[in-house]
Design a protein around this ligand. Structure first.
Ligand SMILES: [Zn+2]
Length: 135
């Protein structure tokens, strides 16, 4: 039986600048030059006005827990040693939401509205994941 693999995000033409910045410890969002809308995840067009002129801006790394769930069963054997862990929607200070994990925190102590800040998790040479911990 082969060793279970963790799911890693694909690096695409849209997401390459984002993942490269993550490796440098910078969290990037996109901001539309036409309407000012800020978005995450990275896309080729603005999700509000379909404009194609998007700039990268650096997020401050602070946010709040908007919603979360505590994972108590592993989706694959690769995640068994992480249990229990938190999957959360983080409302970034800049506006967009991000699906991530809250770490360095007792899952039972987590609350909606809790202030969190970035914690980087290096997974491979190519992928460093933005996660969050109590601020
Ligand atoms: Zn726009």
């Amino acid at each position: 039986m082969s060793e279970a693999q963790r799911n890693l995000p694909p690096v695409t033409v849209e997401t390459r600048p984002f993942w490269e910045a993550c490796r440098d410890g910078r969290l990037l969002l996109q901001q539309c030059r036409g309407c000012g809308h800020r978005q995450f995840y990275p896309r080729l067009v603005c999700s509000q006005c379909l404009g194609r002129e998007l700039d990268w801006i650096e997020a401050c790394g602070r946010g709040q827990v908007e919603s979360f769930t505590i994972m108590r069963q592993a989706i694959s054997p690769a995640y068994r040693n992480d249990l229990p862990y938190v999957v959360a929607i983080i409302r970034l200070a800049e506006g967009p939401t991000m699906l991530s994990n809250v770490i360095d925190c007792d899952p039972e102590a987590l609350q909606i509205g809790m202030d969190v800040e970035l914690r980087w998790a290096t997974v491979t040479d190519e992928i460093t994941l933005p996660k969050f911990g109590p601020a």
